[in-house]
Ligand binder design. Structure first.
Ligand code: IPM
Ligand code: MG
Length: 361
């Protein structure tokens, strides 16, 4: 029996509650599809930091490299300096394991979840490939003369040709895969999103996109500056298929994307070094105000388990997760993807498990 070693970082706030439902779904699917797994628990979180003053120790990266995948709940604590633990855990994993692709599906499962007028599931099915290790997240920079009138704050946006190329290539391959999956005569489109008009170094992205694009004659190519991209995602989301973009822009447009697919509660994310390492998380934060109440919606976390299964090549299992979520949302048995669905966190997890079992029988 194939057995996977999965690191689990439930984290802060609603993280442990939603992660528990993700793991519940993993358990049910492993029974159905006959694979094994071992969970290795890690305590790193804002909560853990407050108790112990411990962030992620450097040696952890080597240990995490031995795992098949990492599953994360949410990180962030109101009593800890903003970003300290997020940088240690989330960016620590992304940079430490060189998870250069952040894959963020924006998929509308049921029309009533969409805040946009007259948009249906056919209109919103986008895959964002966010470069995940460079750009304005480089951590190069800082503040001098803090608090003085002439204080200076700088940050360096880092874009390497190899970093840009690997993200763009991944996105083209993904578009090829979508084209194949759609069948003969069908197309797929890749849109490059940058800001090369104002931030001239982004010309590296625009240029490499055009050059690498020549290797993919079957893929339709498009380009949008990030501000226009935000506008089109609201006005005509059906124009987007696969999107490739820089780290910060990917962060921003996927929050917008989460809203047009129903809300932060459904959006999932895969941080991937193809063929090597992967970390999977819901894109929502720790939402301290909902913590400990069993009201947070675990669908983002459950969808992240789906992406994790796809990453470890349990593709049939991944499709089960997606189909169950789709069935429960489109039938309105789960009426919303936020904390006001009227269902508890654990009830939603149970419903997903029940639906997966029904659909498998
Ligand atoms: C995300 C988050 C993170 C990011 C934060 C918590 C560092 O917003 O995963 O989108 O900016 O990437
Ligand atoms: Mg974000």
């Amino acid at each position: 029996m194939k057995t996977y070693k999965i690191g689990s970082l439930p984290g802060d706030g609603i993280g442990p509650e939603v992660a528990a439902e993700g793991l519940k779904v993993l358990q049910a699917i492993s029974d159905i599809d006959g694979f094994g797994y071992e969970i290795v628990d890690y305590p790193y979180s804002g909560e853990h930091y407050l108790k112990t003053k411990e962030l992620v120790p450097d040696r952890m990266i080597e240990e995490w490299k031995t795992l098949d995948a990492v599953f994360l709940g949410a990180i962030g604590h109101p009593d800890v300096e903003p970003g300290l633990v997020e940088r240690s855990v989330i960016l620590g994993l992304r940079f430490g394991l060189d998870l250069y692709v952040n894959l963020r599906p924006i998929k509308l499962y049921a029309e009533h979840l969409c805040p946009l007028k007259d948009k249906t599931p056919d209109d919103i099915d986008i895959m964002v490939v966010r470069e995940n290790t460079e750009g304005l997240y480089s951590q190069i920079g800082g503040i001098v003369k803090k608090g003085l009138p002439d204080e200076v704050a700088t940050v360096v946006g880092v874009y390497t040709r190899s970093g840009v190329d690997r993200a763009i290539r991944y996105a083209f391959e993904l578009a090829e895969g979508r084209k194949q999956a759609r069948g003969p005569g069908q197309t797929a489109k890749l849109t490059m999103v940058d800001k090369a008009n104002a931030i001239r170094p982004h010309d590296l992205w625009t240029r490499r996109f055009a050059e690498i694009g020549k290797e993919y004659p079957g893929i339709e190519k498009d380009h949008a500056y990030v501000d226009a991209c935000c506008m089109w995602m609201v006005k005509n989301p059906e124009w987007f298929d696969v999107v490739v973009t820089t780290n910060l822009f990917g962060d921003i447009i996927t929050d917008l994307g989460a809203m047009i697919q129903g809300g932060m509660g459904i959006a999932a994310s895969g941080n991937i070094h193809p063929g090597k390492h992967g970390m999977f998380e819901p894109i929502h934060g720790s939402a301290p105000k909902y913590a400990g109440q069993n009201v947070a919606n675990p669908l983002g976390s459950i969808a992240a388990i789906g992406m994790l299964l796809d990453f470890v090549d349990e593709n049939k299992s991944a499709v089960r997760v997606e189909n169950a979520i789709k069935a429960l949302l489109s039938s309105k048995r789960i009426p919303s993807v936020d904390a006001r669905s009227g269902l508890s966190t654990t009830e939603i997890g149970d419903m997903v498990v029940g639906t997966i079992r029904e659909q498998a029988s």
